[in-house]
Design a protein around this ligand. Structure first.
Ligand code: PHE
Length: 457
């Protein structure tokens, strides 16, 4: 291994690719509605705590493992820790498959929103736009079609290799996405309810946080930062040895958190400003990104008719830079461990995942058996069930394993030299403590609490 693996073009290239994986539907679609459903500011505070205490150290840990081993997760854990540790990589591959299956369904909605926005930009924004959403959810053929299109896009990019294409495109599209989001924020902050919205979002009132909220906040931190399944191990394996892992990881974590917060500020300002909007959304809070936001574009924003379709192209792109990193996890496993050529590996993994996606697409009302599936309290249907399973159980478990691996199993000297800091320095001591004690106790404690305390939910 070594030379032929190639590296990112520059530090900025890695940061944008890793941020491309991190920034996605988790920030734009999931974070705002989780905030809305879990007490606003209290959830945000929990989330930010999880990002700092668990997210940053684990981001550094995953990158470190990948760069040291020069390999993707399964072979990396095996090479640095022995074959027993490769189960950690395998758990990650499974999580990647589960997430990709349902993520593709939501990603497909961005294509529909794009087409609808074109229609609205030319024909006008109908007052009942939001009310049509439930019927769309239950429209099986349309859901399957959109999912299939997005699965195909993902497989196409993974098939061709992540290389120049995605890194270059990320460098152009991610900054445009950031710019549009900032413009959305400026517009939303001028609305009459913005102050109330921000207070709801930023003022932590912990009595409003449902007990499950802590688990959801931790799970969301893993999900949003693409941690706990080896995606950052794989991306880290292409990072050049000169780069400082701490600084690079801080950039990725910072960008991801900023995008999530901005998206939530926009949604909350809107929901507190437009009468009746919260009711229209409440039936399907998960649809916030696709139902709430068009109101801002079409009723409040100068130039909104031009920006709306463009925005959903960028949402699709943000989702795509995330799905390819998920697809890469499954594909590189088949390449590295099952010795399949890249093309065959892509087609095989994409086909298996597509079957799961179709089932998820039909679990939004089209097929009753799939839509009424109920494993976790309050999570109805296959899509919601898989989302809960992956984000709140599989990823934290993967993170727990990674923390134990880097904190206890890897020699301190190796970890310090990979990070480029002295073994005795305060930063190193903090990092080690976070991985050895804080992260394992926090994750394990939380999982045990939720497992044993039925009354928690
Ligand atoms: N982080 C991505 C998002 O927030 C989702 C993702 C999870 C991507 C895990 C890769 C791995 O949308």
């Amino acid at each position: 291994m070594g030379g032929h693996r190639g590296t990112w073009g520059s530090q900025a290239g890695f940061i944008l690719a890793a941020a491309g994986s991190a920034v996605g539907l988790g920030n734009l679609w999931k974070f705002p509605y989780l905030c809305w459903e879990n007490g606003g500011g209290a959830f945000v505070a929990t989330y930010l705590g999880a990002v700092v205490v668990l997210g940053l150290p684990l981001m550094m840990a995953e990158i470190l493992v990948g760069r040291r081993a020069q390999a993707s997760a399964v072979p990396a854990f095996a090479a640095l820790g022995g074959p027993a540790w490769s189960w950690l990589g395998v758990l990650g591959v499974l999580a990647g498959v589960v997430i990709l299956a349902y993520y593709t369904v939501i990603a497909g909605w961005s294509i529909r929103s794009f087409v609808l926005c074109l229609e609205w930009s030319f024909g006008g924004y109908p007052p009942d736009a939001g009310a049509r959403f439930p019927a769309f959810l239950a429209d099986g053929p349309q859901q399957v079609l959109l999912t299939t299109v997005f699965s195909f896009l993902t497989a196409f990019v993974v098939y061709r290799g992540v290389g120049a294409g995605i890194e270059r495109a990320s460098k152009v599209m991610m900054p445009v996405l950031f710019a549009i989001l900032l413009y959305l924020l400026v517009t939303a902050l001028r609305l009459p309810g913005a102050g109330e919205g921000l207070r709801h979002l930023l003022e932590p009132r912990f009595q409003d946080l449902p007990p499950q909220g802590v688990l959801l906040g931790v799970g969301q931190a893993f999900f949003s930062l693409s941690l706990g399944l080896g995606a950052m191990v794989a991306y880290g394996s292409y990072l050049s040895p000169q780069e400082r892992i701490g600084r690079t990881a801080a950039w990725v974590v910072g960008l991801d958190t900023a995008v999530a917060l901005i998206a939530a500020m926009v949604m909350f300002s809107l929901l507190h400003s437009i009468p009746g909007l919260p009711d229209r959304v409440s039936g399907s809070t998960v649809a916030m990104l696709f139902v709430t936001l068009p109101e801002l574009f079409y009723t409040q924003m100068p130039g909104g008719t031009i920006l709306a379709p463009l925005f959903y192209v960028l949402v699709a792109f943000a989702a795509l830079t995330s799905t390819i990193s998920l697809g890469e996890v499954a594909t590189s496993y088949l390449v590295d461990r099952r010795n399949l050529p890249r093309g065959r590996a892509t087609i095989l993994s994409a086909s298996v995942i597509w079957v799961g996606s179709v089932a998820c697409a039909l679990s939004l009302g089209a097929v009753p058996a799939l839509s009424s599936l109920r494993v976790f309290a309050g999570k109805e249907g296959l899509l919601a069930t898989l989302d809960h399973l992956a984000a709140n159980w599989m990823l934290p478990l993967g993170g727990l394993g990674t923390a134990l691996f880097v904190g206890w199993h890897l020699p301190a000297a190796a970890v310090a030299s990979e990070l480029g800091i002295r073994e005795g320095s305060p930063a190193f001591v903090l990092f080690r403590w976070a991985l050895r004690v804080v992260a394992p106790l926090a994750i394990l404690g939380l999982l045990i609490l939720v497992l044993t305390g039925r009354d928690l939910s």
